[in-house]
Design a protein around this ligand. Structure first.
Ligand SMILES: C[S@@+](CC[C@H](N)C(=O)[O-])C[C@H]1O[C@@H](n2cnc3c(N)ncnc32)[C@H](O)[C@@H]1O
Length: 213
């Protein structure tokens, strides 16, 4: 593999080189949607199952109202559904990715064409028992500030479950933002699972936060 490659998989490598512009990110995922599941399976992606089990550990109520932010083709919803959750909603920037999630049948509501940074325009504040975002806080996708948008949609006392690729954590201001939100008492850290399996290219961190009441 070329030493400058981040991933041996051409599409995963290209995804990590996106520029974070929602127009470009959306176009990229519209093209990748048909092959996403296959590529990601070959890459041994474990984010969805790890995040779903983390949620279950801290919120085992199958009736909990959940929002999967950046749901992609629905891998997180499928894991949550298999664990018994039934009130799962989701959105994604890409219509084609969301369409595949819709076909999976795990979600009771799905919206495509939603930019996470603007999601507060489409969702009520203080609503969800938990908001999950897996595989989205990754280079070239969303800025750390998207965490504040997700926090706004969780109900007081509700949870956020987020994955970060290690290089995202190392190269963005994610940690500084988390520290600030905690010091401002807007949320608490419930659990951080550091250097955990993510895919065969590298590890990730998984975070559970609780929105302050
Ligand atoms: C690597 S995929 C992860 C999808 C899914 N959560 C999973 O774990 O398989 C990243 C997803 O984030 C979505 N995404 C990227 N930027 C976004 C944004 N600003 N708003 C909403 N979704 C976004 C992409 O369209 C894509 O479906």
């Amino acid at each position: 593999m070329d030493k400058d490659r981040i991933s041996a998989n051409e599409n995963i490598d290209a995804a990590l080189r996106l520029d974070g512009d929602p127009v470009n990110v959306r176009a990229f995922y519209e093209d990748w949607a048909a092959n996403y599941d296959q590529d990601i399976t070959l890459a041994e992606y474990s984010g969805p199952i790890i995040a779903a089990r983390l949620l279950q550990r801290h919120l085992p109520d199958p009736a909990a109202r959940l929002l999967d932010a950046g749901c992609g083709t629905g891998l997180v919803g499928s894991e949550l559904h298999a664990l018994g959750y039934r009130a799962i909603e989701g959105f994604d920037l890409s219509e084609s990715m969301a369409e595949r999630a819709r076909a999976g049948g795990a979600y009771r509501q799905l919206l495509g064409g939603i930019d996470m940074m603007q999601a507060a325009d489409s969702y009520d504040a203080d609503s969800y028992d938990a908001v999950l975002s897996v595989g989205v806080f990754t280079l070239g996708h969303v800025p750390p500030q998207a965490l504040q948008v997700l926090l706004g949609m969780a109900r007081p006392g509700g949870l956020l479950v987020v994955s970060t690729r290690t290089h995202y954590y190392d190269q963005t201001g994610y940690r500084q933002l988390v520290d600030r939100l905690i010091s401002e008492k807007r949320m608490t850290l419930v659990e951080a699972v550091m250097d955990a399996p993510y895919n065969k290219d590298g590890e990730g961190h998984y975070w559970v936060f609780r929105k302050s009441a």
